[in-house]
Every structure is written in C-alpha cells, then in structure tokens.
Design a protein around this ligand. Structure first.
Ligand code: GN1
Ligand code: MG
Length: 341
C-alpha cells in the first residue's frame, strides 16, 4: 500500500499508527506513532511550494546555525529516508518527515495575554538567534511570498475573473479591501526605498505554529512549521503574529463583536521586543503598528482572492469558508484600527 511505502522509506519496517491532522491550509499532515516514537509526516503541496528542496535547505541551514548558538528550544530537523534524502518522491508527490516534539500542545486562539506574551518572546528569541545569518544564503521557498504589491495585483485579477455569484456574495468585503488600499501605500513605500533590513524570517508565526508545554500552557516551548523560512522584513513576522494572537475568534469565524484584543496586542509587543529592542533598527521599531495593520489587511485580501478564484489555494472544509476567513480578518483589522485611532 502506498502510505506504507512512504512511511517505510523513512522509518524502515515498523508497526505504526497513523492519524491525519487537518489544521494546516496547504500541506497534508499525518501523525505517525511507532514503537520508537512520534513523527509528523507531510505531503508538501508542490503546486504552491514548487521547489521543496529550498524548504529543506533553509531548514537545515537555520538548524545548524541554531545548534552552533546553543539555542535552547527544539530545533526542527527533517529525517533522512533510506536513500539518505530528506524528501521522498512518490509518483508526483513529495513527502517529508520530522520528529514530533513530545509533551507539547498547541492552540487555535490565545488563552490570555500571558500566553500571547510568552509566544512573542519565543519568536523574539528565535530572531535574536537568527539575526546574524547572511540572508543572501537563503532563497524564498515561494517566490514573491511577501510581495504585497503582487498580492494586490493578484486580488485585482481575481476580481476581474470571478463569477458574478461570488462577486455578489462578497461585495461588502470587496468594497472594504478596495476602500482601504491606502493601507498598502506606506508599506510599499518603505519596501521601495529599501528602508527595511532583510533578515531571516519565519513568515508564518501564527498561534497554531507554537508548541506550549503539556503541563504548563503558559510556557512556549517551540516555534514550528519552518516551511516558509525566507529572507524578508521582520515586520512581517510581527504583523502575522499579531494577526493570529490578537484574534479572539477562530480564523474562519465571521461573527462580529470582541474579535480584537488590545490587551493581547500590548502583551505581544512587549514579548516581541524582549530580546530584540537593542537589535532592531529605528525603522523597524517605528513601524510595528503599520506592520500589524498591513499584514492583517493582506491576509484578508488573500482569503478573499481565493474565494473569488473558487477556493483553489487554501484548503476549505465547507462552502464560503474562505469568505468567512476574509470577514474575520476584516473584523480583526477594524478592531485594531479602532484601537490605534
Ligand atoms: C497558510 O498552511 P499553513 O496553515 O501553515 C499560509 C500562511 C497563512 C496561513 C493562514 C504557504 O499556512 O501564509 O498566513 O495559512 N501558508 C502559505 O492561516 O500560504
Ligand atoms: Mg505554514
């Protein structure tokens, strides 16, 4: 059987149990347990990650650097298969396996400000340890991933090609995105002036990508999902963490009321600066609020784009899920805008 071949390519002959996990939006994830331990097996979505080798190269280089710097949190290292390769290709599919970190748990929404601060400190610590990497040694696993100008063009193209029904259903959200395009102007100006230093970024520090201790949910153990490690502005990481942690509702919950938490926002800033306040440049420190607003705006636009395109990028488990995700991000952004004034 196919799954057997893939698992045995990494683990040899073993008696294993397999359980699918549905939380990721892009790759397919399975938890594997055998007599020796627990592993995470993933089928990489090669329509999106067109060069999975780049993911592996980036992961290994960051892992090596963190080891050299005595990073005291779990370091993600993919396992080699029987051929000594990190990726197992099977027909058109690409698979990889990483060890599962024991005695951990993760969350879809933050429990309280203390937990948000702990996670932000974990991201801050990760950056304090990767801050001296030469970004010229790294490639983007998805080209143009944080190019917001391209995101806008892709949205406009989706709008031109969308079905009349979807455009009608999403008319309010489309209007919001169009009415607020000026959000992007300041960010794009900074990018075009080359004002933002390029650093090694995680590019997906959402709450489900942190592991907390099983026995103590306030202790952030690890930052996981290193698939999008890439050169970029650290402001993206701050913004994306805020996008996820200040959201008191699930990412696809379109209901109004109490979405954004200003208390969590302040806690995130504090945690993020804990190891970085003396390392960041003024332009980075001065643009944290802009980053939070812009990354949320872009994420709303990305979900809306996918809805207009007919749900081809993010996995969906029900109709209108991408539209609901866009609505949730818009409500979150409105909350943040209200707070920042
Ligand atoms: C995707 O696949 P996952 O769940 O790790 C996406 C992120 C989004 C996130 C929103 C490669 O991450 O950029 O912020 O969904 N990853 C990619 O939850 O597009
Ligand atoms: Mg990810």
């Amino acid at each position: 059987m196919k799954m057997n071949e893939i698992v045995s390519s990494f683990l040899g002959d073993s008696n294993y149990q397999i359980e699918e996990n549905f939380s990721g939006h892009i790759n397919n994830t399975f938890f594997i347990t055998d007599e020796k331990g627990h592993y995470v097996l993933q089928k990489i979505n090669t329509a999106i990650f067109t060069e999975p080798e780049v993911i592996i190269e980036n992961m290994l280089a960051v892992a090596k650097h963190l080891e050299e710097k005595n990073y005291d949190k779990p370091i993600i290292k993919p396992l080699k298969n029987k051929e000594g390769q990190y990726l197992t290709y099977h027909n058109d599919e690409c698979w990889r396996m990483i060890p599962f970190f024991e005695e951990s748990q993760n969350f879809m929404t933050a429990l309280n400000a203390e937990q948000a601060e702990a996670a932000a400190e974990c991201l801050s610590d990760f950056h304090a340890h990767t801050y001296d990497l030469d970004v010229n040694d790294f490639q983007e696993p998805i080209v143009g991933f944080i190019n917001f100008k391209n995101r806008l063009t892709t949205f406009q193209e989706a709008l031109e090609n969308a079905s009349p029904e979807r455009k009608e259903t999403a008319k309010e959200e489309i209007k919001f995105v169009q009415d607020n395009q000026s959000f992007l102007d300041e960010w794009i100006a900074l990018v075009e002036e080359n004002a933002l230093p390029a650093r090694m970024i995680h590019a997906d520090p959402k709450i489900s990508n942190y592991l907390f201790k099983e026995e103590d949910e306030m202790q952030a153990l690890a930052l996981i999902d290193w698939d999008t490690l890439m050169p970029g502005t650290i402001l993206y990481d701050f913004g994306d963490m805020v996008r996820s942690f200040t959201n008191q509702k699930e990412e696809d919950d379109p209901t109004l009321g109490n979405v954004f938490s200003s208390e969590y926002y302040e806690a995130l800033k504090k945690g993020f600066l804990a190891n970085l306040s003396d390392k960041l440049e003024a332009v980075e420190l001065e643009n944290l609020d802009l980053a939070a607003k812009t990354v949320i705006y872009v994420q709303a636009m990305r979900f809306l784009t996918d809805y207009l395109n007919g749900d081809v990028y993010y996995k969906t488990h029900r109709p209108n899920q991408n539209l609901d995700r866009a609505r949730n991000q818009i409500h979150l952004l409105q909350g943040l805008m209200g707070f920042l004034g």
